[in-house]
Design a protein around this ligand. Structure first.
Ligand code: FEO
Length: 387
């Protein structure tokens, strides 16, 4: 695949993977992107997952023909991109590896060498001259590991963005939902904790006139890039992407589910612009996490369990907390047959979170939903609509 006259795609698609990074379901597979810049000096940009060593090296050979690469540029050391660095360096003994100082420290740990005699260490502002193309480096720590660096080719106006702007899904499989859904699930699943660092990276990239974004995952982004940049700005500032309510529930015998569905109907009757609802035990957990960040208002409906809250609800809240969940209004529907604990537990879990407000109506079900609970749900729906 040709990105520009001089920039070629040499990445791979993974359809055998079951869980990306050992935890994310990827029904559309995964892409590990890698690129080659053909110029007076030839640069290969990043490696791919260990299972694709042969395919990747063949892709590079197919683009290079009899030419030899001068550089392997390492933007990120996570295994899905770095696994074949040593294989590349063995195959091309005259090549120099280019990366941040942090990347070389990691190489020593992964490969037993930091390529001291075959390396160029780069940091923000450094430029690698390839001929017609000049790559300017920008350190972007924690997007998504500390050693990450991006690079910008001022000739073709291409940003090589490491994990940023990536998405789940192989590149040879059409995503019926377009870029946003799996890019959002990827962002909040993997990078969500590092909003401050992503904001800094976006700011540091402002001087560049970017026409194309080449991420390490997902499609090459071209055309009007403002949508992707705006989404990243919203997500990393913990802003509200979509006005509406996300109801996340767990239910043992169906009573809590019934209350969640009742609230959904009340909200719709009151004209709520969007209501999303998910069973935490059955929906993909990271679909739930992304929806919690997507909407401005969250309702958690769950049961008391061993003096705590139901395990999947606990896991859900823990995942939000791990990603710095903030700037949101939360409603609670609690159920408990003899000693309801949900309100206490959830409020305590968010004790140290920033700008979390709880609605004053707490729906307290003791077993099955009754008329009082319906009235409470109606009040909660009105509060959710009001603010
Ligand atoms: Fe795609 Fe953070 O590795």
């Amino acid at each position: 695949m040709t990105i520009t006259n001089d920039i070629k795609y040499v990445g791979v698609n993974d359809h055998k993977i079951d869980l990306f990074e050992g935890q994310f379901d990827v029904p559309l597979g995964m892409a590990y992107n890698s690129y080659v810049i053909l110029d007076d000096k030839i640069a290969v940009l990043d490696s791919v997952d260990k299972n694709f060593k042969g395919e990747w090296l063949n892709n590079i050979s197919a683009v290079l023909g009899k030419k030899q690469p001068d550089y392997l540029i390492v933007h990120h050391m996570e295994g899905d991109h770095s696994a074949n660095i040593s294989a590349f360096m063995e195959k091309y003994p005259k090549a120099t590896v280019v990366g941040s100082s942090g990347a070389f420290n990691m190489m020593k740990n992964y490969f037993g060498t930091s390529y001291d005699d075959r390396r160029i260490v780069v940091k923000t502002g450094d430029v690698l001259h390839l001929g017609k193309h000049n790559l300017t480096f920008v350190s972007t720590p924690m997007v998504h590991w500390p050693e990450v660096i991006m690079s910008y080719d001022s000739t073709d106006k291409v940003l090589f963005s490491a994990d940023a702007f990536g998405k789940f899904g192989a590149n040879d499989t059409e995503d019926p939902e377009g870029w946003d859904c799996e890019a959002r699930r990827y962002y909040f699943g993997i990078v969500g904790k590092y909003g401050v660092q992503v904001q800094k990276a976006l700011n540091d990239l402002k001087p560049f006139d970017i026409k194309t974004i080449c991420s390490l995952h997902g499609p090459v982004l071209t055309g009007d890039l403002s949508h992707y940049l705006e989404q990243y700005n919203t997500w990393s500032s913990y802003g509200v992407e979509t006005e509406g309510v996300f109801i996340a529930y767990s239910s043992v015998y169906g009573h809590t589910k019934q209350a969640a569905l009742f609230l959904e109907e009340e909200l719709k009757k009151l004209g709520c612009p969007k209501v999303s609802i998910a069973d935490l035990a059955r929906e993909d957990m990271y679909e739930c996490v992304e929806d919690a960040f997507r909407y401005g208002k969250l309702v958690i409906a769950t049961t008391t369990y061993n003096g705590d809250i139901f395990p999947v609800a606990k896991h859900f809240v823990e995942r939000l907390l791990a990603r710095g969940y903030q700037k949101r209004n939360i409603g609670i529907i609690e159920n408990g047959s003899w000693a309801p604990q949900v309100v206490n537990v959830i409020k305590k879990m968010f004790d140290n979170s920033k700008e979390i407000n709880f609605y004053s109506t707490c729906v307290k079900i003791v077993g099955a939903m009754n008329q009082t609970n319906k009235d409470e749900l109606n009040s909660l729906a009105k509060e959710l609509i009001a603010k």
